[in-house]
Design a protein. Structure first.
Length: 231
């Protein structure tokens, strides 16, 4: 009953209320972000959502506040992440305030408050059919993986937590626990990035580093991801 009917009602009500309450903060961040980023303060990125009737993930635009500039080198290529991530962006990430606009995604129905965190399309193509079961439900703003290490656990552990969230049954009490634990994580500013990095590595890069796939497989999957985004 909760997972099928009440969860969406609670998601919508909570996110609309939160948007109203935090609208002054969001407006300030939009203004400051426009100055800090020298332009558009928003970052929109295609992410895989809940599977449709055809069994394929529905692609949606995740809305965040931009944390990295669009600075490029003399050849027009984006500079490395660590050179585009300034003090403002680091602060946004550490406070998780860059995720505030995702409340809009929840209102629109592409996200839930709790659920498997939406990865990138180029991550999903490296997953097995079993791992892609995480997309049987609507993705979430936060989830079981985020309160159990977030970016400081392995990719396989993240996905295992996502499947555990689904397989153990989605309940109101379970979601409340995740939300409360998330608040604690945000206040402590813990696990926002993997130690020693400014941005967590992609799943494909992780598999390459672990020696679980070869370069040919990596290149084929990257091409597959690009094709999905072209559709």
């Amino acid at each position: 009953m909760y997972a099928k009917y009440l969860k969406r009602v609670i998601d919508f009500t909570f996110s609309v209320t939160a948007l109203i309450i935090f609208s002054p903060v969001l407006l300030i961040l939009i203004f400051v972000g426009a100055i800090a980023m020298k332009g558009n303060p928003f970052f929109l990125q295609s992410r895989p959502g809940k599977k449709g009737r055809d069994g394929k993930e529905r692609i949606f635009k995740l809305i965040k506040l931009r944390t990295m500039s669009n600075a490029k080198d003399k050849d027009g290529n984006l500079l490395p992440d660590d050179q585009r991530l300034g003090k403002y962006g680091i602060w946004l990430r550490s406070t998780s305030l860059d995720e505030l606009p995702e409340l809009i995604n929840i209102v629109l129905g592409s996200l839930s408050i709790c659920g498997p965190r939406p990865f990138l399309v180029r991550d999903v193509v490296f997953m097995s059919d079993e791992q892609r079961r995480r997309h049987d439900v609507r993705p979430g703003l936060t989830g079981l993986a985020q309160v159990n290490g977030r970016n400081n656990i392995t990719w396989e552990q993240k996905i295992d937590f996502d499947l555990e969230y689904i397989d153990k049954g989605i309940t109101f009490i379970g979601d409340v626990k995740i939300m409360l634990q998330t608040v604690g994580k945000v206040l402590k500013r813990s696990d926002t990035v993997r130690e020693g990095t400014v941005s967590d590595m992609d799943f494909g890069d992780w598999l390459m580093m672990e020696g679980k796939i070869d370069q040919e497989t990596y290149d084929v999957k990257q091409t597959e991801a690009k094709e999905i985004l072209r559709v």
